[in-house]
Design a protein around this ligand. Structure first.
Ligand SMILES: O=C(O)CC1=CCC(=O)O1
Length: 94
């Protein structure tokens, strides 16, 4: 199942810079692990915002919830999820 996910990052301005650096490093490691596994299919920066749009390929909404809710940055993310299905005019079968 494919899901479009929009994440907006809202880090508190008074968060310790060392904590911010660690969270970003851990988020990157987890994101790249999931990309290598084929689960995090697309990861794009939204121009002009500290936000991304992503496409996840998972077996269920429960699996997606588990992934998103365990991201290191999760406490600081506003997340919107949109389930996707195949468009009948799409050439790409995936
Ligand atoms: O910077 C972001 O958009 C948040 C994020 C998601 C994966 C990652 O490495 O950073």
């Amino acid at each position: 199942m494919l899901f479009h996910v929009r994440m907006r990052v809202r880090l508190p301005h008074d968060l310790d810079p060392g904590v911010v650096e660690r969270l970003k490093r851990e988020e990157k490691e987890r994101a790249q692990q999931l990309q290598r596994a084929g689960t995090w299919r697309h990861l794009w920066r939204v121009v002009g915002q500290y936000a991304n749009v992503s496409v996840f390929d998972v077996d269920s909404a429960d699996e997606l919830h588990e992934i998103l809710s365990t991201l290191p940055l999760f406490p600081y993310l506003d997340i919107e999820v949109t389930p996707l299905t195949r468009h009948p005019s799409a050439l790409d079968p995936t």
